[in-house]
Design a protein around this ligand. Structure first.
Ligand SMILES: *[C@@H]1O[C@H](CO)[C@@H](O)[C@H](O)[C@H]1NC(C)=O
Length: 164
């Protein structure tokens, strides 16, 4: 009996965690995350201001992408550059707090690694994205932009408990 129970638990644990460690279809996988680009036309919104993009990713079990390393940034730049459906840029989770310093909006982490396009980190705009015209380096943008933004959502893959 004990053996059966532990077999059951072990199998359950294995199934639960391996299921959580695969990206949903339509999302690309890199390291421990999944990424997906959405456009305004995928939403029911009439604009893609930063706050709506953030909510939209949240409703899909993710957040606006937060980039913490050069490798992650290089992967994302290559992934975005390979696409032809991005007209202007994608929101990532960059927000300028109190008009002073940049933070990652979801985790509230400081922005340690950064990839601002030339002199862009200090320009106007309290929300941040990756822009086609800068080969997907980062730049600030008005949080309610006058050009149509897309958004880059990220879901973290993580080992979960059997009970999750
Ligand atoms: C982008 O395209 C290049 C050339 O086809 C390919 O080598 C690379 O892996 C692609 N990048 C991503 C992230 O899909």
């Amino acid at each position: 009996m004990l053996l059966l129970i532990s077999l059951f638990l072990t199998t359950g644990l294995f199934t639960a965690s391996s299921a959580k460690l695969t990206c949903p279809s339509g999302w690309v996988s890199y390291s421990k995350s999944c990424y997906k680009v959405y456009h305004l036309s995928d939403t029911s919104y009439d604009d893609m201001r930063f706050r709506k993009a953030d909510l939209f990713c949240g409703f899909r079990g993710g957040m606006l992408a937060e980039i913490n390393s050069e490798n992650e940034n290089n992967f994302i730049k290559s992934f975005l550059a390979n696409r032809t459906d991005i007209t202007h840029g994608v929101w990532i989770g960059l927000r300028k707090m109190w008009g002073q310093f940049w933070m990652w909006d979801h985790s509230w982490d400081d922005v340690i690694f950064s990839d601002w396009a030339d002199h862009q980190g200090t320009q106007e705009g309290l929300c941040g994205g990756m822009f086609r015209k800068y080969k997907y380096s980062w730049a600030p943008e008005e949080c309610l932009p006058d050009k149509e933004m897309s958004c880059l959502c990220e879901k973290k893959l993580r080992h979960s408990n059997y009970w999750d």
